[in-house]
Design a protein around this ligand. Structure first.
Ligand code: HEM
Ligand code: HEM
Length: 183
């Protein structure tokens, strides 16, 4: 079901965004500052994509009666926004990682790596298009192990996401207060 299309799309988006970043870099001859129009926009749009990553898939997963879209498509979208959002936020940082903003960036990197690991485990388990497990090529013991690993992974990935958004909201509040409104 996950065939890797979403990874290619995310890579393509990253190349396009990098090209725009390169043009801005050449025109202004400086690393785009986090609080200037371009750097700020990268932070805001990237963060919105990350919020969508956090919320949309979980909502869809919890309303199985809903018909809007296949689960696999929602997970592909989760992965796409979960890669592109953090990439934009990384370009937003202006490559400085002081204080809480730096910690927020660290959480962001950790959740992306954790996501990639989760994607790997997830694709080991045979599933139908709506994401429910089906009979497949895995032996009973291997399936039980993959399920246990996936459950363990959830207990790591989800709290990291929560810590990330708590520190992100504090960073945003502080950054807006000190760097935007007080100027
Ligand atoms: C998860 C999302 C985000 C991360 C990881 C992040 C990370 C960072 C980092 C590492 C810096 C540089 C800090 C330094 O100078 O050492 C920064 C600066 C800044 N960020 Fe973010 N950011 C995020 C989202 C946002 C959003 C959504 C906004 C605005 C609504 C924002 C506004 C700012 C501003 C205004 C600065 C400049 C602060 C200054 O010049 O003192 N950030 N951010
Ligand atoms: C901003 C970054 C990300 C955030 C905030 C985030 C958050 C979450 C959350 C809250 C869940 C739990 C969904 C649920 O069970 O209700 C989840 C599941 C998952 N995420 Fe992410 N994620 C991010 C990035 C990624 C990335 C980059 C990947 C893959 C490359 C990924 C792969 C997965 C997988 C495979 C699941 C499990 C799906 C399932 O068991 O149904 N995530 N994510």
């Amino acid at each position: 079901m996950l065939r890797g299309k979403e990874l290619w799309m995310a890579a393509l988006a990253a190349v396009l965004i990098s090209a725009v970043y390169g043009v801005v870099l050449l025109l202004t001859r400086e690393i785009p500052p986090a609080a200037d129009l371009f750097g700020h926009s990268l932070g805001i749009v990237g963060f919105i994509l990350m919020l969508m990553t956090e919320i949309l898939y979980s909502l869809r997963k919890r309303s199985r009666s809903a018909r809007w879209g296949r689960m696999s498509a929602w997970l592909e979208f989760h992965i796409f926004t979960g890669l592109v959002g953090p990439f934009m936020v990384l370009l937003h940082t202006s490559w400085k990682f002081n204080g809480l903003a730096g910690v927020t960036t660290l959480f962001t990197v950790v959740i992306v790596i954790s996501g990639l690991v989760g994607r790997y485990i997830y694709t080991r388990i045979p599933r139908s298009l709506d994401g429910t497990e089906i009979e497949g090529t895995l032996s009973e013991a291997a399936l039980r192990q993959a399920r246990r690993l996936m459950a363990l992974w959830h207990t790591v990935h989800i709290p990291i996401g929560m810590a990330l958004f708590v520190s992100a909201f504090v960073h945003i509040g502080a950054a807006l207060y000190y760097a935007t409104f007080l100027k």
